[in-house]
Design a protein around this ligand. Structure first.
Ligand code: MG
Length: 269
């Protein structure tokens, strides 16, 4: 165990492709859906595959459009992917996709156990980049609140990873110094660079299978592990349980909250 992280009390996690296999799950959901289009709706196999890959490409390019309600936006993407011939089934297809997506996105039992065990001895934070509605949908549908002391979605705030402010705001909220925190994530440009720039005690990189390990040289993560469940092997051994005033309280950071704390020009200050 590295002495730099001997005194950590908080572990921050990234969400997508760190705790949940977002890219893989979205691909699996689309693959399964193309089978359903063929079996249930009698769409030709090649056309089904083309429709689902068109949707996945458009969805990844723009998962949320702030000017349109989230479900309406994704239904629209399905209508475009299905084309005029199958536009009538877009609503049904969207609901099936949503169900499949969350089936494949679910936290695996070993990750659930990891978070439960870590939370006995550390405070846990989730810091995720992305649009507010889309990320909070994941938090709600995957029942993530019970695993964390703090959940931060960049879409709610003026910053995102790698900006140091998002990490420092999370530290401030938990009442800890950056040097007491560890950041764990899959993306060098956001999770690792951000953790370094925020002067956290350490950073842990979990490369995707498509990542080249040599890329680490430019970002200097303190640790590299192949899967998140390998994390306990790096951590200081703790026996005493972490002190919490209340159990299972999740503080959702939002822009409004920042204004409440920092902007005393309004009447409530
Ligand atoms: Mg990620």
């Amino acid at each position: 165990m590295d002495s730099k992280i001997a005194n950590i009390s908080v572990i921050f996690f990234d969400l997508d492709n760190t705790l949940i296999t977002t890219r893989k799950a979205d691909k699996l959901a689309c693959n399964k859906l193309s089978e359903i289009l063929w079996e249930k709706y009698e769409v030709q196999v090649e056309t089904s595959i083309a429709i689902c890959s068109k949707y996945l490409k458009a969805f990844r390019k723009c998962p949320d459009n702030p000017s349109v309600e989230l479900h309406a936006w994704r239904r629209k993407l399905w209508m475009q992917a299905l084309g005029d011939e199958y536009t009538a089934i877009a609503g049904e297809v969207y609901l099936k996709w949503l169900q499949l997506r969350y089936h494949y996105l679910a936290l695996t039992p070993d990750v659930q156990m990891l978070l439960k065990k870590l939370r006995l001895h550390f405070r846990l934070g989730l810091i995720t980049n992305g649009p507010s509605c889309a990320q909070w949908e994941k938090v709600e549908r995957l029942n993530l609140k019970g695993y964390f002391d703090l959940i931060v979605v960049s879409g709610d705030l003026p910053w995102e990873k790698p900006q140091h402010e998002i990490f420092h705001e999370a530290c401030r909220y938990l009442g800890v110094e950056p040097g007491e925190c560890l950041m764990v994530g899959d993306k060098l440009e956001t999770d690792i660079l951000g953790g370094k720039q925020a002067n956290l005690a350490g950073t842990v990189w979990i490369p995707l299978v498509t990542d080249s390990p040599e890329r680490a040289a430019d970002f200097h993560p303190d640790f590299i592990i192949s899967k998140v469940t390998d994390l306990p092997g790096l951590l200081p051994q703790r026996t005493a349980p972490v002190f919490r005033q209340q159990k299972n309280v999740v503080f959702r950071l939002s822009r409004d909250q920042l204004l409440d704390d920092d902007d005393c020009s309004n009447n409530s200050c």
